[in-house]
Write a protein that binds this ligand. Structure first.
Ligand SMILES: C[S@@+](CC[C@H](N)C(=O)[O-])C[C@H]1O[C@@H](n2cnc3c(N)ncnc32)[C@H](O)[C@@H]1O
Length: 377
């Protein structure tokens, strides 16, 4: 199996080279309107924004910034296939203009537009980002009534174009089964509050670039891709930044296209190819080990696992996980057209115990999952 990853450096307000109905999933995080670090980039796209900020006209600046994002959401709707999802990470902004402190509700403004252009809004995720900063409390301190609650969450808006995606024919259905996630992953991934995603990805890109571009964590993109697409799908990020979505697509065996207006990010993004093999395979190992820990705990607590995964031989809870396979990344190649090709193994990694990275099974277990004396532990 192999996937292809294409970089575009241009304004995502017009994406003529991407055909309509060609993208399976969008995972992205735009520049956040009314957060100061993004003022310049918005103003460079519409000088009226700079004027509004100079006049301290927060409402006007907010609306003009969102008008620019609206054009990208319009493109997103056009290029998505029917049944395709868009997952948009966005935070609201607090800001004081003309001595007035206010919240600018980016998530509701975006959702409103998405709804107007025809997307179906689905339950969203609150990404809880706790801060320990000493100055996190805003306003009059202990004195009522002029203090403001601290913003410690962002949103992941989830919308779909059209109705449910259909999987037709045996190859598509098999690919979907092989793209399954573990039962215990489903329980946390599909919770509407994510507490457990921290930090940006280490080791793929230098720290300075990460903070300059407000990168989201690798795990966030990787989860969303595993939740809302299948292997070989085409994932698109119109605000690619440091390339996190592309790295996650590579690790999850999906194709991707990433677009950013800032071409100075090129060097940082292509660095991904030097690290993605180790990074992706570590993510896979972590998921497998974590599953084995889950199995161990479940067996220890006297609970049953009714099924067996055919690739790894370990027990799984549901029939839907029987064909699940996580494809290791074997090689990465930079192509002449500047796209990146990633090649994968079609065979499972050696199995791991929950405690160590030593392979545990010498051969596929002959015992059934109902037998609590599994050689695995
Ligand atoms: C919040 S950052 C994205 C960070 C990214 N998720 C990551 O993990 O690195 C937003 C990005 O959008 C880009 N951007 C802003 N306006 C754009 C536009 N109109 N078209 C394409 N990219 C744009 C910025 O250059 C910035 O890199």
């Amino acid at each position: 199996m192999e996937t292809n990853h294409t970089l575009l450096f241009q304004d995502s307000c017009s994406l003529d080279q991407i055909p309509s109905n060609s993208i399976d999933l969008i995972v992205t995080s735009p520049p956040y309107p009314m957060i100061e670090m993004w003022d310049t980039i918005f103003a460079s796209q519409n000088p009226a924004i700079a004027k509004a900020i100079k006049k301290q006209d927060g409402n006007k600046a907010f609306e003009l910034m969102h008008k620019l994002l609206d054009s990208v959401w319009d493109q997103a709707f056009r290029i998505l296939k029917n049944g395709g999802f868009a997952c948009i990470n966005i935070g609201d902004a607090t800001r004081t203009l003309k001595s007035d402190f206010a919240i600018y509700s980016n998530h509701s403004r975006i959702l409103h537009h998405l709804f107007q252009i025809g997307f179906t809004a689905l339950p969203e995720i609150i990404w809880r980002k706790q801060t320990n900063a000493p100055n996190k409390f805003m306003g009059s301190g202990m004195l009522p009534a002029g203090a403001y609650v601290t913003l410690e969450h962002e949103y992941i808006l989830i919308v779909r174009k059209g109705g449910k995606r259909e999987f037709k024919g045996d190859p598509e259905k098999q690919n979907r089964r092989q793209s399954a996630i573990f039962w215990e992953e489903r329980n946390s991934f599909f919770s509407d509050i994510w507490f457990d995603i921290k930090g940006t990805r280490q080791g793929l890109i230098d720290k300075a670039t990460r903070s300059r571009s407000a990168a989201f964590p690798f795990e966030l993109a990787y989860r969303l891709i595993n939740m809302y697409s299948v292997k070989n799908d085409m994932v698109f990020d119109p605000f690619l930044g440091t390339g996190t979505t592309m790295a996650a697509a590579m690790a999850a065996a999906r194709n991707s296209i990433g677009c950013d207006i800032d071409n100075t990010l090129y060097e940082s993004i292509v660095q991904i190819k030097d690290h993605i093999i180790d990074f992706a395979n570590e993510s896979i190992t972590k998921r497998l080990k974590s599953h084995l820990c889950f199995v161990e705990e479940r067996i220890a607590s006297g609970k049953d696992l009714k099924h067996q995964n055919s690739s790894y031989g370990f027990p799984v809870i549901t029939n839907q996980e029987k064909e699940l396979i996580l494809n290791e990344v074997l090689a990465v190649e930079m192509m002449e057209d500047n796209s990146i090709r990633v090649m994968y193994s079609d065979h499972p990694q050696p199995e791991f115990s929950c405690q160590t990275t030593e392979p545990v099974f010498k051969e596929k277990p002959k015992t059934t999952h109902k037998n609590k004396q599994l050689s695995l532990f």
